[in-house]
Every structure is written in C-alpha cells, then in structure tokens.
Design a protein around this ligand. Structure first.
Ligand code: IPE
Ligand code: IPE
Ligand code: MG
Length: 240
C-alpha cells in the first residue's frame, strides 16, 4: 500500500512535467475478458464498470482532472438486447453510486451523446447527475450513445440553424465536449488499433496509445506505462 502511494506520487510528478491534462479511454475488451474466464459477457461489463471507478480515482490521484471514457457507442445497439440491457443497467447503477458519493469524490459528470436515444428514465438520471455535480472540480465525460460522426452532424445542424460565419472554434464549442479542452492522450485497450467513431474532431492532435491489456485488467501499472510513454512523445502540432 505504502509502495503504491509512493508510486502514485512519482507518477504525479511525471504528469506535472508534461502537457497531459486530459486522458480519454476507449474501454475495450470487456467481452473477451469474460469469455476467457468462461463467464457471460455481462460479467465483463460489470468488471469493466468497477475498473472505470478505480481508474478515474487514480487519474485524480496523479493530477489528471479531465477524463473521458467511451461507454457505449451509437453502433453498440447492434449487440444482442440482453447485453445492451445489461450495460444500461450497469450505467444506471453507476449513476446511482455517483450520486450517492457526490460529497466525497468532487467529480463533475457530463454525458456525451444523444440522450434522446436512451430510455427516458435513464436519460433523466444522466441529466440529474450533470446538474447535481455541475460545480465540481474534476471532470468525467461519459460517452453514452455517442458517435463522432453523429456528434459532428448534430453540431453542424445547430450552427446551420444559427446561421452566419462558422469557425473552427464555433464547431468545437457546438460539440458535446464544448465545455472542455481536447484530450491530450487517447488510450485504447484490448489490442485494436482504431478509433471506432470516438472523438473524431477532438482527436486531431491527441497522442494515441494502444495496449493489448483488456479493460478490466487495466490497472495502475498500465496507466503508468501510458503516461510514461506520453511523457516521451514530442508534440509538434505541425511545427518543427
Ligand atoms: C467494450 O468491451 C465495452 C463496450 C463496447 C460497451 P467490448 O464489449 O467491446 O469487449 P470485446 O471487444 O467484445 O472484448
Ligand atoms: C468501442 O468498442 C466502443 C466502446 C468501447 C464503448 P467496440 O468494441 O464497440 O469497437 P469495435 O466494434 O471493435 O470497433
Ligand atoms: Mg470491443
């Protein structure tokens, strides 16, 4: 335990020396994690949701106060209803726990995506959690019924309704992430090398980090490996 505290402090010092302020996670591999243990896929999602809580806590401990996670994509509705329902139930429970622990954890929750595609009761709970936590200091964006293309279309429609000149800043502001800066680092677990429609606009200059580790197995040492890798990247943003 003491060892882990020291490791956390050391990693926080590494973070301070970098431009790393916002990490986004594509939490992939829950299904494979379950299958490997002869468990139903739903058990993988449960383990994944538990791990999300612990990774968000660790991010705060190392001084990362903006985290975005990909929880459910606009394409994930293609999955069997049983699995979709299990994920929605887990989200429901996650929201209830977040609400109950609001006094301790100081996290502001924002849901990215189209709430109108969710069951009205769940959508209402999302909005309620956003309202309840809106003045908290650390940010957790949860991409839920989120697709990068759908987000861009949604933003373009808003801007078209408004009319007039459209700048990059206008488009950024009209996205679901209009309240925060772009991610500096995008981590994808489970060995897939793609974005799967995640943060297409916001990823323009993000550093990308891929690991074979499955999301429920992604722990402190894996987070440290990603952060250390980031600390060695040279971000040029098109310059020299
Ligand atoms: C990620 O895990 C969670 C969601 C997409 C909801 P997966 O369920 O995609 O896990 P794999 O990729 O099948 O292992
Ligand atoms: C991306 O994972 C979506 C989430 C992690 C929520 P998928 O498992 O849906 O992505 P693909 O199908 O492998 O591209
Ligand atoms: Mg997957």
């Amino acid at each position: 335990m003491i060892m882990e505290q020291q490791e956390i402090i050391a990693l926080r010092e590494t973070v301070e020396k970098t431009s790393l302020r916002h990490i986004a996670f594509i939490m992939d591999g829950n299904g494979r994690w379950a299958t490997r243990q002869n468990l139903p896929r739903e058990a993988g999602h449960r383990a994944g949701a538990d791990n999300l809580k612990s990774i968000v806590r660790l991010c705060g401990d190392i001084g990362i106060h903006a985290v975005t996670v990909y929880a459910f994509s606009t394409e994930n509705w293609k999955r069997p209803a049983l699995e979709v329902n299990a994920i929605m139930q887990l989200l429901d429970r996650f929201i209830a726990e977040a609400k109950a622990s609001n006094d301790e954890n100081g996290i502001r929750y924002v849901f990215l995506g189209d709430k109108s595609g969710l069951k009205p009761a769940l959508a209402a709970k999302c909005t309620e959690l956003e309202q309840l936590t809106k003045d908290n200091h650390s940010l957790l964006n949860i991409a839920l019924n989120y697709g990068g293309r759908a987000e861009l279309v949604h933003a373009c429609r808003q801007l078209a309704e408004r009319g007039g000149e459209i700048t990059e800043a206008d488009l950024s502001a009209a996205l679901y992430t209009g309240h925060c800066a772009d991610p500096d680092l995008i981590v994808r677990t489970a060995g897939e090398y793609r974005l799967s429609n995640f943060l297409l606009w916001q990823a323009a200059y993000a550093e990308l980090y891929f690991t074979d580790v499955l999301w429920p197995d992604f722990h402190f040492a894996d987070l440290r490996a990603a952060v250390e890798e980031f600390s060695h990247r040279k971000r040029r943003f098109g310059g020299v």
